[in-house]
Design a protein around this ligand. Structure first.
Ligand code: HEC
Ligand code: HEC
Length: 284
């Protein structure tokens, strides 16, 4: 079923017939967001705040890129193109004020003002203040460990890609996507739009319409209208285990489901499901 839908989406994209799809409403996309569900854990406020931040770090993929212990590792290792590490957050954090850390996460700039590369701040731009506070509180609990990593080294092919506009620093993606987001619908889907913009949008594109297959990538993230083919139970199962409907195996999606989305609450998965089903039903 998925292939039928994906083919349809590709046809629309290729033929340009998707023209009358409702544009994401920029004004609504930048409304004060709602936030992820607060942890129901017992204990003092500070303990609950840190527990919420720890869960968010997982759901938002900090560990997925910066490593299980957030000490960073090699990310791109092609001297001709670029050699890039994900930062060792445990060691750089003491050099960041809370405000500077917030700028790094939301805008993609280091404490010294230099731009970050390949850090997906464009999806973190609109994180709710409460979620940012919790994330920061959790990150501050990490004791410095491991070693520092060098900054990006861009090779000749990387410089050519920059000139062609194909390789760009994070702040450019932040500026470009600031007013964009998943389709706004009437009714109570704002929390789900907020959550999908900060998670699914990293790969399925900022408006969740997915990416087109290329010779390099024959299994791109599809338009999330594919969720129309899932029952609620099957969708929970996908996000908990990475197992889709049908006798198939997913790749990257299986990995991020197990590592990240298994940390969504049941209520969050339900809200995302309801939103994506409503979105799939919108005529376009
Ligand atoms: C898709 C991968 C990816 C994800 C997800 C990601 N990061 Fe990053 N992040 C990077 C990379 C790569 C760098 C290094 C960029 C550079 O050196 O130019 C980086 C750099 C940073 C920096 C700058 C630190 C320094 O070197 O001064 C901070 C702070 C940061 N990330 C925090 C986070 C937090 C918090 C999260 C989760 C909310 C997160 N990142 C999620 C890839 C990622
Ligand atoms: C790190 C990248 C990444 C993120 C984040 C991500 N996905 Fe995916 N997703 C993919 C890729 C890539 C595929 C295509 C299948 C594959 O290669 O695993 C996919 C496929 C899917 C599919 C199709 C499964 C099928 O039946 O074939 C669904 C549904 C889906 N994703 C839902 C989501 C939802 C919902 C979110 C946010 C909560 C999300 N994805 C976040 C990368 C991602």
């Amino acid at each position: 079923m998925r292939f039928g839908l994906a083919a349809l989406v590709m046809l629309l994209l290729v033929s340009g017939c998707g023209g009358d799809a409702p544009e994401p409403d920029g004004a609504q996309a930048v409304q004060p967001p709602i936030g992820f569900e607060r942890a129901a854990a017992a204990g003092p406020d500070e303990v609950r705040l840190i527990a919420h931040g720890a869960r968010l770090a997982r759901v938002l993929g900090c560990q997925g890129c910066h490593g299980a212990d957030l000490t960073g590792h090699i990310w791109e290792d092609d001297p001709d193109f670029a050699v890039l590490y994900t930062s060792n957050l445990t060691r750089v954090l003491p050099g960041y004020s809370d405000a500077a850390l917030e700028r790094a996460i939301r805008l993609g700039v280091r404490a010294d003002g230099s731009p970050l590369w390949a850090m997906p701040s464009e999806i973190f731009t609109h994180l709710a203040a409460e979620d940012m506070t919790a994330l920061t509180a959790y990150l501050r609990t990490l004791p410095p460990a491991g070693e520092d990593h060098p900054r990006i080294a861009i090779g000749p092919a990387g410089r050519a890609a920059i000139e062609r506009g194909e390789l760009r620093p994070t702040p450019e993606y932040v500026a470009e996507n600031r007013a964009l987001g998943p389709l706004a619908l009437d009714g109570g889907h704002d929390q789900a739009r907020y959550m999908t913009r900060a998670t699914c949008a990293e790969c399925h594109s900022i408006d969740l319409t997915g990416e087109v297959a290329t010779p390099d990538n024959d299994s791109p993230p599809p338009d999330l209208i594919v969720v129309g083919a899932y029952t609620r139970g099957q969708f929970h199962h996908l996000l908990r285990t990475g197992e889709p409907v049908g006798e198939r195996e997913l790749e990257l999606m299986a990995e991020v489901s197990r590592g990240r989305f298994a940390h969504f609450t049941d209520g969050e998965v339900d809200a995302i499901y309801d939103y994506l089903i409503a979105r799939a039903g919108v005529e376009r």
